[in-house]
Write a protein that binds this ligand. Structure first.
Ligand code: NAP
Length: 551
């Protein structure tokens, strides 16, 4: 309830929950929170719902978690009814699925499109959030749910001369809806992360010539995509609830892969090679990383798995120099997001594809006709594609001016890196929840499982407050600090910090180097969240807002 001193603006929309984002997280939040009888509305910057899958329409965009896993689990009939045509869903297919879910559960009436949230200010006296949009609208809401995504702030490096480029340029995360025809064109792609690796083989088939500018080689495994077969779909759907439950007992929230039981170096080299080969043939990244218990914690163990893939690359790419450039040597396999591809390495055998190493000779500037490297070498292209990633995990929230009337400012609070308790809430910012934020395992898991787990926890928390006649919750700074230290300690016990990845903000010059995701595993994390809720929310301060005395 707003306090007596606050006079609500009649033109202002009053909600129980304002949701930022209309992607997979925002949509599920609408569905779940409505069930509590709350008035909710999601604000989405795009002209359509779908978040990541609305924006990332680059050629070859596809999820690298299998479709039967990468889908909502909250409704049994939905997961039975939906037919995935392929083992891994394409961007159009996933977007179609999201739109189906929105219609099926009547979610659209609570989504406001073409609306970017500019600021969110917690009014301490009124005990509510005042949220403003790019159109000047103001919304007041008891709770704010930040479902703005982790990879939703596309980043084009600050290259000198970019505005002089006479051709067209694109970013993978802002792809034109009408598509791009590269036929007959000389195309330059900058970036070889998951987006680049998926796109490069497709553009190579169209372009007159494709030049790939690579700063860091990435490990990629074959996806072995194919049509969905009855053999794959039938048994899965027959025991869907049990499979979903089993997935929750795993670190990546992905079921179906037996947990490893042995350490890498306990196993004779020839047996190891057979295991890696079988996993390579099977396709997929979890299976490979699940070969042994210690691949992500023991460098010597990891070297065996890394070298196996390097040798595969050397076997696939005919030109030896190109093969060596493509074989990653600066980070252990799995410590950056492991890519999945279809014919990525083979693409470099095409006569119309060349690879340029911009680690040894960095891009100096974009010119009117292409780009120039530090050495002075020039490359002429008709189109440039930036597969250069995102201001990950903190970008979307730092773009919003989030503060409180008490003087707390999120950007300042996060100056040295994001601070959260459980990745779910931030001290000093009451009643603001973050879905799959920094400090949570979200990006290291099957995202939709993490989204559902977070939104369910948030719904449970709001319900708990209501049933106990409480109306404010925020984590203590002690709990927040302890959690951040724990997140760091867990990361430091693994090989993850050895890689310059977006997990540590390494792709953004000047971004604080902090390991942002929780890599202790979805299973351990969920248990902790459940215990916190069941134990009456230790680490949080729950209160009832007392109206301020009238002045
Ligand atoms: P990314 O992994 O951050 O890759 C960006 C690439 O751009 C890197 O190769 C990076 O090199 C390069 N780059 C950045 N700035 C550069 C510069 N100034 N000069 C030269 N190269 C530069 O971004 P992404 O490929 O878009 O993927 C981001 C994440 O989105 C993935 O890790 C994954 O979680 C998700 N994703 C998933 C899928 C899927 O499910 N299949 C597909 C696409 C994306 P450095 O490595 O040297 O920084």
């Amino acid at each position: 309830m707003p306090d007596a001193s606050h006079t609500p603006d009649p033109a202002c929309r009053q909600l129980d929950v304002a949701i930022v984002g209309g992607g997979l997280a925002g949509l599920y939040a609408i569905h779940r929170l409505r069930k509590l009888g709350l008035t909710v509305r999601a604000y989405e910057a795009g002209s359509g719902i779908g978040g990541t899958w609305f924006w990332n329409r680059y050629p070859g965009a596809r999820c690298d978690v299998e479709s039967l896993e990468y889908s909502y689990s909250f409704d049994e009939q939905l997961q039975q009814d939906w037919k995935w045509p392929e083992r891994y869903g394409t961007q159009p297919e996933i977007l179609k699925y999201i739109n189906h879910v929105a219609d099926r559960f009547d979610l659209r009436r609570d989504v406001q499109l073409n609306t970017r949230i500019k600021s969110a200010v917690f009014d301490t006296r009124a005990n509510e959030w005042a949220v403003t949009t790019n159109t000047g609208e103001e919304i007041r809401a008891r709770y704010c749910v930040m479902a703005a995504g982790n990879l939703s702030t596309p980043r084009v490096p600050d290259f000198k001369g970019i505005h002089d480029f006479k051709g067209k340029w694109y970013h993978t995360g802002l792809w034109p809806h009408e598509g791009v025809d590269f036929s007959g064109k000389r195309v330059g792609v900058i970036g070889t992360g998951s987006s680049g690796v998926q796109m490069i083989p497709i553009i190579a088939q169209q372009a007159r010539h494709l030049t790939v500018f690579q700063r860091t080689a990435n490990f990629s495994l074959p996806a072995r995509n194919g049509p969905m077969t009855p053999e794959r779909e039938g048994p899965h759907k027959a025991e869907y609830p049990a499979r979903r439950a089993a997935a929750q007992e795993t670190p990546f929230a992905i079921g179906g892969y037996p947990r490893p039981t042995r350490k890498t170096l306990e196993v004779p080299a020839d047996e190891r090679a057979r295991t890696y080969e079988a996993k390579w043939q099977e396709g997929g990244s979890i299976s490979y990383l699940y070969s042994y218990t210690d691949l992500l914690v023991d460098k010597d163990a990891n070297d065996t798995a890394s070298e196996f893939v390097r040798n595969k690359i050397r076997g696939m790419v005919k030109d030896r120099k190109t093969a060596e450039l493509l074989a990653p040597k600066d980070h252990p396999i799995g410590t950056k997001r492991l890519c999945l591809d279809t014919n990525y390495y083979e693409t470099y055998n095409r006569p119309n594809v060349s690879l340029v190493d911009v680690r040894s000779d960095p891009i100096q500037e974009i010119t009117a006709t292409g780009l120039r490297l530090k050495s002075g070498a020039e490359y002429e292209v008709d189109a440039l594609v930036f597969a250069t990633g995102f201001d990950a995990m903190t970008g979307a929230l730092n773009e919003i001016d989030i503060r409180t009337t008490d003087g707390a400012v999120l950007r300042r609070h996060w100056e040295g890196g994001p601070l959260t308790y459980l990745g779910l809430m931030v001290s000093g910012f009451p009643n603001m929840f973050v879905v799959t934020g920094p400090g949570s395992p979200g990006v290291k898991t099957q995202m939709i499982a993490s989204i559902e787990q977070h939104v369910d926890w948030i719904a449970g928390t709001i319900d708990h407050l209501a049933t106990h006649q409480l109306d404010r919750i925020e984590p203590t700074s002690t709990a927040e600090n302890e959690w951040v230290n724990h997140v760091n300690a867990v990361a430091d016990s693994t090989l993850y910090p050895l890689a310059n990845s977006w997990y540590v903000g390494a792709n953004i010059p000047g971004k604080p180097r902090v390991f942002m995701p929780y890599v202790g595993g979805f299973d351990r994390y969920k248990k902790r969240c459940d215990e916190v809720a069941a134990g009456g929310y230790p680490g949080f301060t729950l209160s009832r807002h007392e109206p301020a005395p009238a002045r």
